[in-house]
Design a protein around this ligand. Structure first.
Ligand SMILES: Nc1ncnc2c1ncn2[C@@H]1O[C@H](COP(=O)(O)OP(=O)(O)OP(=O)(O)O)[C@@H](O)[C@H]1O
Ligand SMILES: [Mg+2]
Length: 302
């Protein structure tokens, strides 16, 4: 787990408004191949801004004022992400690093079918791929996220929130990226659907080996699913450790306060989502979720 896939060094991002907002301050972070790195912190601490910075999606008035972002490609090539532009940047995004963003379930295009949207990603990034292969890949992607391929002909409004979110995840998986950045990917969903989707992400990660930057202010959830957790406060990372250490021996006063603010966080670190089985006291696993776990097709609940 020591091989890095994405390295950020000294990243600072400002919103050039009046007054200037220093949203991200000198953040350094190494994401390892296949790991799940949780990014926690209160609303407004800069999580989304940092994620946009990593993928070069910042728009004015946001400016990356300093820092280095390097992607370490599977073949051994290092890509300087901050230097990419135009076609190179478009080719990099989705292909190497994909994103599922806050409120993503509302970002499906309402006027074209799911099939057309997936096809669009494939034709743009895999121009040589024959039509039949694209059709097969689209169906396969929906199956990956446990949505029936018959849904390819649906429009966004015909899908539940959970299904829309699964479709967004399928699209993010379309090109087999090495990194997925997920910013509150399940926050808008109820707990049962959320857990079903998280379990799916864990399973896919195991199978496909991508690394995940998982952003949320739900610290108990991060403790369950992450390998390591970074805690962000006012634009800076104040603590970064394994989920275990962070939970058992939080060093920074802010991390301690954050942990204390979740009264349910007593007892053992739950690994319900990760394994699908409750081990000892479980963090926030409702009884009804056991039923969801026993149902192979989660679509009905999503
Ligand atoms: N377009 C903008 N113009 C000016 N300031 C902005 C803009 N977008 C975000 N900010 C500010 O940047 C800081 C970081 O915001 P950001 O959205 O990155 O936080 P976050 O940690 O993702 O919060 P949340 O948990 O609510 O999603 C906040 O102070 C926010 O007000
Ligand atoms: Mg955010």
């Amino acid at each position: 787990m020591s091989e890095p896939v994405l390295t950020a060094r000294g990243v600072s991002i400002e919103y050039r408004t009046a007054p200037v907002v220093r949203a991200v301050r000198d953040v350094s972070l190494t994401l390892h191949r296949g790991e799940i790195l949780g990014l926690a912190g209160e609303s407004g601490c800069g999580k989304t801004t940092f994620a946009y910075g990593l993928t070069r999606l910042l728009k004015p008035p946001a400016v990356l004022t300093s820092g280095e972002i390097v992607f370490h490609d599977r073949g051994g090539e290092d890509i300087d992400v901050t230097a990419l532009d135009g076609d190179a940047l478009r080719a990099f995004r989705w292909d190497k690093v994909s994103m599922v963003f806050q409120g993503a379930m509302n970002s499906l295009n309402p006027v074209i079918t799911v099939r057309a949207q997936i096809d669009d990603v494939l034709t743009t990034h895999r121009p040589g791929m024959p039509r039949a292969e694209r059709a097969e890949r689209a169906a396969e992607l929906l199956r990956l996220v446990d949505v029936d391929p018959s849904r390819l002909d649906s429009y966004a409004h015909q899908l539940s929130g959970g299904m829309r979110q699964r479709v967004m995840i399928a699209m993010a998986l379309a090109l087999e990226p090495q990194v997925m950045i997920m910013d509150e990917p399940t926050t808008a969903l109820d707990v049962v659907v959320q857990r079903g989707i998280l379990r799916e992400i864990m399973r896919l990660r195991e199978r496909l080996g991508f690394a995940v930057v998982f952003i949320t202010h739900d610290l108990p959830l991060l403790i369950e699913i992450s390998d390591r957790i970074a805690v962000m406060l006012e634009g800076a990372i104040v603590e970064l450790d394994t989920a275990e250490n962070l939970y058992e021996r939080p060093q920074h006063a802010y991390t301690q306060r954050l942990l204390e603010s979740f009264p349910s966080l007593t007892g053992e670190r739950g690994d319900f989502v990760r394994t699908g089985e409750a081990a000892g006291p479980v963090v926030r696993a409702p009884a009804s979720d056991d039923q969801a776990a026993a149902t192979p097709a989660l679509e009905g609940t999503a």
